[in-house]
Design a binder for this molecule. Structure first.
Ligand SMILES: [Zn+2]
Length: 229
């Protein structure tokens, strides 16, 4: 039995837990822990960096097993772990919250774009390449000139800044089908398996350069950080 602890608390840095399963993947050993702090790559968000008893690991979601398994990261192989063995787990917390801030900012920009009447087409929350892409179901004359694109971007910047100034809460709950639905107060709801900041006031340094239109898609690149803690 594995608990995805990264869902309950984005900011949990370390824990004492135990090994729940071990195995091999592509000839290399893996280990799964009960209280799993390690968010695997998914939903446009990069994987955490973590350690088990001081050994650096990379978490990977194993769809077949329905587990997040940890494999060696870097040069050294994992030692042999056994089921039931107590272990200390830890994540790179500054990296985690940087990912969570970028990811949560992506939800917020998505909400602002939807408020413009646009429809989400794609998203990427990786550092240095974060962007949200939309399509416009109805012709939007603003998108046809540089001034109009700047005006449309400025409307988004204002909405994003207002939501952050209001420090709107970020919450989640399972729906009737057991899906995890993330809510940005009244602004936005979406099924999501990522990690999020506690409230939008945790976001800082949002930069939204003027949107681009490419091959019929409205592209908003962005950067975001976590406020100082
Ligand atoms: Zn999310």
């Amino acid at each position: 039995m594995q608990v995805p602890a990264y869902y309950a608390d984005t900011y949990e840095e370390q824990a004492l837990t135990q090994v729940t399963a071990v195995g091999e993947r592509d000839g290399a050993p893996w280990v799964a822990v009960e209280h799993c702090l390690f968010h695997p790559q998914g939903g446009g968000q990069p994987a955490d960096r973590g350690w088990i008893d001081g050994h650096e690991i990379a978490p990977v979601r194993d769809q077949g097993l329905g587990l997040v398994v940890a494999v060696a990261s870097g040069e050294t192989a994992l030692p042999v772990f056994s089921v039931g063995q107590p272990v200390k787990v830890r994540i790179d917390l500054p990296l985690r919250i940087a990912h969570a801030a970028l990811h949560t900012a992506g939800h917020l920009i998505e909400a602002a774009g939807r408020a413009q009447g646009w429809v989400l087409a794609a998203s990427n929350h990786f550092p240095g390449q974060a962007r949200i892409e939309f399509t416009a179901p109805r012709p939007d004359a603003r998108l046809e000139t540089p001034e109009g694109r700047e005006e449309a971007t400025e409307a988004l910047r204002t909405q994003v800044a207002d939501a952050i100034a209001q420090d709107l809460p970020v919450t989640w709950a399972n729906d009737a089908e057991g899906r995890r639905i993330v809510h940005l107060a009244h602004l936005h709801s979406a099924p999501c398996g990522g990690t999020h900041v506690r409230s939008l006031g945790d976001l800082a340094g949002i930069v939204l350069p003027t949107l681009k239109v490419k091959k019929g898609r409205i592209r908003l690149s962005y950067s975001a950080a976590h406020r100082e803690r």
